[in-house]
Design a protein around this ligand. Structure first.
Ligand code: FES
Ligand code: FES
Length: 150
């Protein structure tokens, strides 16, 4: 079945089953590999994208549920509010270690700053608690979010 989906401001027609996860469509159909597969069960946050500005686990989001909605992925982070500031802070503070979780971290951080431009430590902990980093970069993530919000 074909679906028309809006991703990073562009319309894509994809021919997949309706229950195909958005993550599969992004990576395997459209070749947008910036969004990562971690657990596949909405437990790690590696696959986080924005759907209408809301951080969303693309691994458990059926493609049929996002028709007519605006999806933003890490490839277009620079186009969302605070996106460039977050990219700069991530680079300046050398946040990533292996980097695998970081696209999800950045998308969650961008959604946080859209909702709460000056987050407290508790705000950051609450917003980022669903994004797991096996390398333990949590302190640098928090510092980078604060820098981007400054
Ligand atoms: S891969 Fe989606 S939350 Fe882990
Ligand atoms: S930087 Fe390696 S998992 Fe987060």
């Amino acid at each position: 079945m074909t679906f028309s989906v809006q991703i990073n401001g562009q319309t894509h027609i994809v021919d997949v089953n309706g229950d195909t996860p958005l993550l599969w469509v992004l990576r395997d159909v459209l070749g947008m590999t910036g969004t990562k597969f971690g657990c596949g069960q909405a437990l790690c946050g590696a696959c986080t994208v924005h759907v209408d500005g809301v951080p969303t686990r693309s691994c458990v989001t059926p493609i049929e549920s996002i028709v007519e909605r605006q999806v933003t992925t890490i490839e277009a982070l620079h186009t969302v509010e605070h996106g460039k500031a977050l990219q700069e802070a991530w680079i300046e503070l050398e946040v990533p270690q292996c980097g695998y979780c970081q696209s999800g971290q950045l998308m969650s951080a961008a959604a946080l700053l859209n909702e709460t431009p000056r987050p407290t430590d508790d705000d950051i902990d609450n917003a980022m608690s669903g994004n797991v980093c096996r390398c333990g970069t949590y302190q640098r993530i928090r510092a980078a979010i604060k820098r981007a919000s400054a």
